[in-house]
Design a protein around this ligand. Structure first.
Ligand SMILES: Cc1cc2nc3c(=O)[nH]c(=O)nc-3n(C[C@H](O)[C@H](O)[C@H](O)COP(=O)(O)O)c2cc1C
Length: 181
């Protein structure tokens, strides 16, 4: 199974257009995880305590870990998120918080270094930006966590930028990018 993590917010999302085009170019058994529909919650003390209690008991069969297992077992990962406030949607960060389970996606060696446990060989990150795109707090973060913590060796970035600047033809920019995939 290939996993498409869709953290696009708008129904007419340009980022999503590029993600759909990518999956057409790379066919396979894609499963779409629409984060908008999942109703994920960020950790609070109650949810953190519950998670720690399951982990301390070694209860990896708890449904709370289903998303983490799905991520770890996927043979390829595609993430799509709009560029928000120099980064990505909070929905995507919430997803990462939910799936980063030690013992499922990663483990630590005796020096405290993370060792990735995920099966995927490749992760592709797709984004679109209203102005110029800077990958520092979005793709670069995803690339580091994927390669250094999840064990996913190959990470790629696809982006389209300047979509909301007056005088730029957003439709033409997206179409050109879509064709170049
Ligand atoms: C909440 C929010 C924050 C945004 N922050 C930025 C930003 O920091 N830099 C930028 O260039 N564009 C920013 N934009 C514009 C979006 O990146 C741009 O419209 C993007 O193409 C939206 O993707 P979508 O069409 O998939 O929804 C922001 C838009 C919104 C709604």
């Amino acid at each position: 199974m290939k996993l498409f993590i869709d953290s696009c917010i708008r129904e007419d999302s340009r980022t999503n257009i590029l993600a759909e085009a990518f999956m057409e170019k790379h066919p396979g058994k894609w499963k779409t995880l629409s984060l908008v529909d999942l109703g994920l919650k960020p950790l609070n003390e109650e949810r953190l305590d519950a998670r720690m209690a399951y982990l301390n008991k070694g209860d990896f069969n708890n449904p709370a870990f289903d998303l983490a297992k799905e991520f770890a077992e996927a043979e390829e990962i595609l993430i799509a998120s709009p560029y928000y406030d120099y980064s990505f949607s909070a929905l995507l960060k919430t997803y990462i918080e939910n799936i980063y389970i030690i013992g499922i996606v990663s483990r630590y060696d005796e020096t405290g270094r993370p060792i990735g446990l995920c099966r995927a060989k490749r992760l592709t990150y797709i984004t679109t930006a209203g102005g110029p795109y800077d990958p520092a707090y979005s793709y670069e973060y995803i690339r580091r966590i994927a390669t250094e913590c999840f064990g996913i060796k190959e990470c790629n970035l696809i982006y389209a930028e300047n979509l909301d600047i007056v005088g730029y033809d957003a439709t033409a920019i997206i179409e050109a990018k879509r064709k170049s995939l």
